[in-house]
Ligand binder design. Structure first.
Ligand code: SAM
Length: 410
């Protein structure tokens, strides 16, 4: 095995992060340079030293090189709206006099700063105390987080009034005011190290957004199992809007709040949703020229969570789409629509996936159904399908109209 490949595996073992193959050459070149700087004989010796010394300072340099710290304040704003309008009021109504929120994988502090602004605006002037803990595996990112200075781009989604109130400008950067900064603590925590312990645990809310997307399913499951233990029994876990914990978190269940899905701990008497493959497909069988048929058996999803799981299935469908497994996406979207037939966005995505696997007739039927839902005004909107990468309601309507008209003409 080449030293570069060994290093990739080592990074995964240490941090959970799976680097894509296209990174191999760049990582190898980088390791060669580090080997020279640190006076190792060659790259192999450098990699070997990292393997033997998991606590060495060089790991700090390496982890900073391999982590993706893309973030901004108020990223996925619908989740913060849900926090301030739904989750925080509910936690306060439950009788809490203090709230603790953990941003796990906080990058350069964008998420903890956002939480501090939101909490200050929700709880300022009340007698409820609050604190935010931001942790990351990258020590350099944490140093930047402690400085709490953000670029114009990073604050572009902060509402103007909040920006004015809570930040001081310094030549193009925005510094979070010390008055709310003092509620935030930072710590170096590697989420894959066991046992996972975080000062301030248990937390009322944990944000684990856009961190597990770089991990394999097994590591995701391990991290979620550890994190579950650090969440208050009635607490809330939020992952990124296009992430799903389906299959990796049997101890958690998805709930929808204002179109945002959140995870809660499943109590012992509740069993996780089952996936039962027992319904014969009614898809026509393919021929040499016809598009490939869908699998002979489709999956029926049975769940004790009832209507709430439609969101989780929709998210899993989206995840499968991102992973370019359209057949799996079809199954999830169907399961979601089985529980919530009026989700026009899910139905639209189902149509797109059907087109993607070559079933244009079926796709057209879904697009027609979307138009019918929109005509009746019964459509259910999901926040996870909103945002710049998704079409708006009007765009979906126009696309479905066009798709069904074209088909009618041909
Ligand atoms: C893309 S950023 C997400 C930042 C923020 N949560 C958001 O959604 O905007 C991913 C962060 O996860 C951190 N990370 C990756 N692996 C980690 C691990 N094993 N333990 C802790 N943090 C990790 C990275 O250093 C990086 O800062």
């Amino acid at each position: 095995m080449t030293p570069g490949r060994k290093l990739m595996l080592l990074v995964e073992r240490m941090s959970g992060i799976v680097l894509p193959d296209r990174e191999l050459q760049r990582l190898t070149d980088w390791a060669g340079k580090r080997a020279a700087i640190c006076s190792f004989k060659d790259t192999s010796a450098y990699v070997d030293a990292l393997r033997r010394n998991p606590d060495s300072d060089e790991w700090r340099v390496l982890l900073s090189r391999v982590t993706v710290k893309e973030s901004s304040l108020f990223r996925a704003p619908q989740q913060f709206k849900c926090l301030s309008e739904n989750i925080i009021p509910e936690l306060v109504d439950s009788g809490r006099r203090s709230l603790r929120i953990w941003s796990a994988g906080c990058a350069r502090g964008e998420e903890p700063a956002t939480l501090a602004v939101v909490l200050n605006e929700c709880l300022g002037g009340t007698n409820v105390r609050w604190s935010v803990v931001g942790t990351d595996v990258d020590a350099e990112a944490l140093e930047a987080a402690r400085r709490a200075r953000f670029s114009r781009r990073a604050v572009r989604r902060v509402p103007a009034e909040s920006l004015d109130r809570h930040f001081t400008t310094h030549a193009g950067s925005y510094e979070l005011n010390s008055e709310i900064r003092r509620h935030i603590e930072y710590g170096l925590i590697n989420l894959v190290r066991e046992p996972l312990e975080v000062p301030g645990q248990p937390f009322d809310v944990i944000l684990l957004r856009n961190v597990l997307i770089y991990f394999r399913k097994e590591s995701q499951a391990r991290v979620v199992r550890s994190i579950e233990q650090l969440l208050a029994p009635d607490g809330f876990l939020l992952v990124g809007p296009s992430e799903s914990l389906m299959h990796v978190a049997p101890g958690m269940k998805a709930e929808e709040r204002n179109g945002v899905f959140v995870y809660r701990r499943r109590h012992e008497e509740e069993s996780p949703p089952e996936v039962v493959a027992n319904r014969k497909s009614r898809e026509p069988q393919g021929s040499a020229t016809a598009p490939k048929p869908l699998p002979a058996e489709t999956t029926r999803f049975e769940s004790d969570g009832g209507a709430k799981d439609w969101v989780a299935f929709a998210v899993a469908g989206r995840q499968a789409e991102i992973e370019e497994d359209l057949r799996l996406a079809l199954r999830y979207y169907r399961a979601s629509l089985y529980l919530q037939p009026d989700s026009y966005q899910v139905r639209y995505r189902l149509g797109l996936c059907l087109e993607g696997v070559g079933w244009s007739g079926r796709a057209e039927a879904e697009f027609r159904a979307v138009l019918e839902i929109l005509r009746l005004g019964s459509g259910k909107t999901l926040a996870i399908f909103q945002g710049p990468e998704f079409p708006t309601r009007n765009e979906i309507e126009a696309a479905c109209r066009e798709a069904t008209q074209n088909d009618a003409m041909s």
